[in-house]
Design a protein around this ligand. Structure first.
Ligand code: PBG
Length: 320
């Protein structure tokens, strides 16, 4: 076997998996009411952007060849229903409109579609009297968010709340609103993971009463259930499906790749990023090399593209 491993050119020739800048989506945070970007403590290298710094960052990413960005908003005020998520003047809608004007179709503008950044209790939907998340009342609100994001210029909306029926509700709302060209990227398989901690710092989300999302996100113990989840989302009209997190769920990515023909994405999440950065900062691992190895593994497992906080770094390394 070693004959084909002898030189870099030979290794390149026989590589089965390639990680390209074309496969990267950069998640970005935009915060309302700040004058300067605010560093995110647990995600070194990332900030909560002002609208102006967001535009600069998207320009840099586009220059590096990254085809898509995913926007998350941090509103100045939160309420019980998360109304900032569909306010035409809300933080993400304003940012989308600005980016749309500045970049047109040169960058794929994706918007995370959820309520948790906007609700005062931190859950991904509205609550029933008993404190549980009300599935169907939440679907109605997701429809409003989808329309607001599409009106503002999103090319892709990405529901991440794990409500049953969310893709169908959003597809219907988009079509009724004249947005038949706007695609749905379904966070179809999203686990109730402990790896989202740094993200919650990034968006200032605290779940009321020290609660968690286990009553709507998937149990990390389950594998077959992922296949059932993607089948439902594709039947409901998902244009792309996503598995999240990434490196701890490579088996799931491989299963999903086998059962659907739509693009399969994976989300290398905040905790995965933070672990690599922390070990690298301590001098214990070569951070950029580990990042490329992990993202290559995610591609090898079957993901067509990866959302990653390493997008700019990897694009820079690959473009060199
Ligand atoms: C929910 C959402 C979360 C992430 C993306 N969308 C957090 C959660 O489910 O608690 C996590 C992303 C990451 O950790 O990088 N809107």
């Amino acid at each position: 076997m070693r004959r084909l491993r002898r030189t870099p050119a030979l290794r390149r020739l026989v590589a089965e998996t390639r990680l390209s800048v074309d496969d990267l989506i950069a998640p970005l945070f935009v915060r309302e009411g700040i004058e300067e970007p605010v560093p995110i403590r647990s995600m070194p290298g990332h900030v909560q952007h002002t609208e102006a710094s967001l535009v600069q960052e998207v320009k840099r990413l586009a220059g590096l060849g990254v085809p898509a960005v995913m926007l998350f908003g941090v509103p100045a005020a939160k309420d019980a229903t998360g109304s900032g998520a569909w306010d035409p003047d809300g933080v993400v809608q304003r940012a989308l409109a600005t980016l749309r004007d500045g970049f047109g179709d040169d960058v794929v503008l994706m918007a995370d579609l959820c309520l948790d950044e906007y609700t005062d209790h931190g859950h991904c939907g509205v609550l029933c009297g008993d404190g549980a998340v009300d599935n169907d009342a939440t679907l109605e609100l997701y429809g409003r968010v989808a329309r607001a994001q599409a009106d503002a210029g999103a090319a892709v909306v990405a529901p991440s709340g794990m409500m049953d029926g969310q893709v169908a509700a959003i597809r219907r709302a988009l079509d009724d609103g004249g947005h038949d060209k706007v695609a749905v990227l379904a966070y179809a398989v999203k686990y109730a993971s402990a790896l989202y901690g740094p993200f919650r710092d990034a968006v200032d989300v605290h779940i009321a009463g020290g609660g968690d999302r286990r009553a709507y996100q998937m149990d990390p113990a389950n594998r077959r259930e992922a296949v059932a989840e993607v089948a439902l989302d594709v039947a409901e009209g998902a244009d792309m499906v996503m598995v999240k997190p990434a490196v701890t769920y490579l088996d799931v990515i491989a299963d999903v790749r086998r059962v659907v023909d739509v693009p399969v994405l994976a989300y290398h999440v905040s905790g995965e990023y933070a672990m690599v950065q922390a070990a690298a900062a301590a001098g214990w691992i070569d951070g950029p090399a580990v990042a490329v190895e992990q993202l290559t593994a995610v591609r090898r497992a079957g993901a067509d593209a990866v959302l990653t906080y390493f997008a700019a770094d990897v694009a820079e390394a690959l473009g060199g």
